[in-house]
Design a protein around this ligand. Structure first.
Ligand SMILES: Nc1ncnc2c1ncn2[C@@H]1O[C@H](COP(=O)(O)OP(=O)(O)OP(=O)(O)O)[C@@H](O)[C@H]1O
Length: 236
């Protein structure tokens, strides 16, 4: 079976800045793939190429067998996206927003379920503009998942969350993968990668420097030690 997400030798520059320089990785259905790498390594750019928000200069990106840059609405309905800055409308209340989004999909996840699992009920009556950063992040995650997507891209989904909320997010993300979706998330947390990921991809200076199960990438040591060794080499 072809990978749900396949990125091969992708290059992308912004003016004189090389963001991606041959990045390659794949993500399978039913698995959580965690992408790690230093600030500026190219993770967000790589994920944005997969989401169809950026066009690679070279290489190939396929999501569910389709080039996301050219994909139409049918493809986009099968892909869930959570952006780093949320991208949520400020004046709407969370439940209203999620109910509205759910109405656009053929088989949405019941909004009450999602809201309950992410603790959104407790701030359901507050407009997005007045939510805390962590609350807004949970709404953004719910928005990415409500359409029951086959592929989900999550940019640092648990960054800045309190420990309870982080556990809620991990459990939900795990259950989405168990239900068959391919989940790709970026993170700076080794704990998140170790506890949640079936596959770890380390990106440094726009290139993939490791790709495998957490144990394979750790290569007999800790993921953290391996990360520092690999990303230090890329900086030299
Ligand atoms: N729109 C843009 N215009 C110019 N340069 C950009 C743009 N977006 C990203 N870059 C540059 O491309 C490089 C890769 O950025 P990217 O956001 O993909 O990294 P990242 O790995 O996601 O970093 P972080 O961990 O800080 O989120 C950086 O040097 C960044 O400054």
């Amino acid at each position: 079976m072809p990978a749900a997400v396949s990125v091969e030798s992708v290059g992308k520059t912004y003016g004189s800045v090389t963001a991606l320089d041959g990045a390659t990785f794949a993500a399978d259905a039913g698995q959580v793939t965690a992408v790690l790498g230093p600030n500026g390594a190219g993770k967000t750019t790589m994920v944005e190429c997969c989401e169809g928000l950026r066009r690679p200069d070279r290489g190939s990106v396929r999501v569910l067998g389709t080039d996301p840059w050219r994909a139409g609405p049918d493809h986009r309905a099968r892909v869930g996206v959570m952006l780093q800055d949320g991208g949520l409308p400020a004046s709407v209340k969370p439940l209203r927003l999620l109910t509205h989004l759910a109405s656009m999909y053929a088989a949405p996840v019941p909004v009450a379920d999602l809201a309950g699992r992410l603790g959104i009920d407790s701030f359901a009556g507050t407009s997005v503009r007045r939510l805390s950063g962590g609350q807004r992040q949970r709404v953004a995650l719910a928005a990415a998942l409500v359409g029951r997507p086959e592929v989900v891209f999550l940019d640092e989904p648990s960054a800045g969350l309190d420990p309870h909320a982080r556990l809620d997010v991990w459990e939900l993300v795990r259950s989405v993968a168990t239900d068959g979706a391919a989940v790709v998330l970026t993170t700076h947390s080794f704990e998140e990668a170790e506890r949640l990921a079936d596959r770890v991809v380390i990106v440094a200076a726009g290139r993939t420097v490791a790709d495998g199960t957490p144990a394979e990438v750790a290569a007999g040591g800790t993921l953290e030690d391996r990360y520092f060794a690999l990303t230090r080499e890329a900086r030299l």
